[in-house]
Ligand binder design. Structure first.
Ligand SMILES: Cc1cc2nc3c(=O)[nH]c(=O)nc-3n(C[C@H](O)[C@H](O)[C@H](O)COP(=O)(O)OP(=O)(O)OC[C@H]3O[C@@H](n4cnc5c(N)ncnc54)[C@H](O)[C@@H]3O)c2cc1C
Length: 382
């Protein structure tokens, strides 16, 4: 078997890379180790409006659970503030359906898909990646290609096999656990966040509404004495709701890996650390980088140049598009790491009576003028 491009991993970054490579004329195979695209889910499904605009697609009604118009923030002392804000408009997606729809889109554009197919090794000749060795139906098969795109998530082995350092430090991995629950009393248009060192050390708890009395209730923790599941159990024990799905996963929140290309190979999505370090959101960024990876791979095929010199264009382009945002976000995350519960309580008190639609850098600094510690922190980031 021969393809122009083989994409390893069949979720957001894999399907979007495949879609845009196929759309641009390349002969593409996408492989996925699971038997179904999109399962098991490892996501809360929150995505902004701009995702669909950037991907040049319309949201499909059957994979949208609810429309999001704002957020409710709960601080360690039990206070809360709700805000509806255009910047927060988006959707909570039924991620397993959404991922499958993305794969269907790339299949429609010409991508071949092999399920239950696990990458075992890369074919490397004279230092250039020339294809993959996969396990499929119990057999090891060699499939040759001119480019391999590693879209195999946070536990990616593909890029490492090509000699790239895609290792994430343990302190930069957010460990997550989530229940989809029924019976909750939630505002169906607000994402809810809970902060506090006792309830979610190094991270936060989210409640993302899925319509009616249903929501994803999840947690991300870092450098914590207990694991994510322990804190989640503690939190949900106060809720009068019952679980219908349980997911776990990790999110790399230390910023992107150093190098995302080599001869005949690109790395994209969680595998490349292309995740917002502050929020842990990766759908939109993975997709943006996947689009660039697909387009540049297809261009490399047309120009018959799959050298690392040419493929560097991918890294230059994603850095131009999302690089400074990721850098800023990492800086904010490091500052957020330093906030005490008291700082968080004070920050909320300071902004409680403000119209969040009109918050500017100056007004934020004015709001927290009574809290010298916060003022110092905000001055360093704004
Ligand atoms: C609990 C949780 C909640 C989250 N909530 C949100 C959210 O609300 N909003 C948001 O924007 N982001 C969220 N994220 C982050 C988001 O899910 C990821 O950033 C995004 O899914 C990355 O997509 P990806 O395609 O790069 O990787 P993945 O989604 O990890 O997909 C990788 C794929 O590769 C496959 N694969 C792996 N190894 C192999 C192999 N050897 N051979 C073949 N296939 C392989 C896997 O089976 C998988 O299908 C969340 C993450 C977690 C863990």
């Amino acid at each position: 078997m021969n393809y122009d491009i083989i994409v390893v991993g069949g979720r957001v970054s894999g399907s979007i890379s495949s879609l845009f490579a196929s759309k641009n004329g390349a002969d593409v195979l996408m492989i996925e180790k699971h038997q179904e695209i999109g399962t098991p889910v490892q996501c809360a499904g929150g995505v902004s409006d701009s995702f669909f605009k950037h991907m040049e697609m319309d949201p499909l009604s059957h994979n949208i659970c609810t429309r999001v118009e704002g957020a409710k923030i709960n601080t360690p002392d039990g206070n809360s503030i709700s805000a509806k804000n255009k910047g927060l408009y988006g959707y909570i997606l039924e991620r397993k359906l959404f991922d499958k729809d993305l794969a269907i889109k790339s299949a429609d554009a010409g991508t071949d898909i092999m399920l239950k197919t696990t990458l075992k090794d890369l074919i490397i000749e004279n230092g250039t990646v020339k294809g993959v060795v996969v396990r499929h139906n119990g057999e090891l098969i060699e499939i040759r290609s001119k480019i391999v795109i590693a879209a195999d998530g946070v536990e990616s082995q593909t890029a490492k096999k090509a000699g790239l350092d895609t290792h994430f430090k343990i302190e930069d991995l957010c460990s997550c656990a989530q229940y989809e629950m029924v019976g909750l009393d939630v505002d169906t248009n607000l994402m809810e966040f809970h902060f506090g060192s006792n309830i979610s050390p190094g991270g936060y708890i989210w409640i993302f509404p899925k319509g009616g009395n249903r929501a994803n209730v999840g947690i991300g923790v870092r450098n914590s004495p207990g694991n994510a599941h322990y804190y989640l159990q503690k939190f949900i024990s106060q809720l009068n709701a019952t679980p219908v799905e349980f997911n776990v996963g990790a999110v790399p929140v230390g910023g992107p890996v150093k190098k995302t290309y080599t001869d005949g190979l690109l790395v994209v999505g969680d595998a490349a650390g292309q995740v917002d370090p502050l929020t842990g959101g990766g759908i939109h960024i993975s997709a943006k980088c996947g689009k660039i990876a697909g387009e540049i791979s297809a261009e490399a095929i047309k120009k018959e140049d799959t050298s690392s010199k040419f493929l560097k264009k991918y890294e230059n382009s994603w850095k131009k598009n999302v690089g400074s945002g990721l850098e800023k976000s990492l800086k904010y995350r490091k500052i957020f790491d330093k906030l005490t519960d008291e700082d968080l309580n004070n920050l909320l008190k300071a902004i409680q009576d403000q119209n969040l639609d009109s918050v500017s850098t100056f007004s934020l600094l004015k709001m927290v003028k009574g809290y010298p510690q916060l003022l110092k922190l905000l001055r360093s980031i704004l």
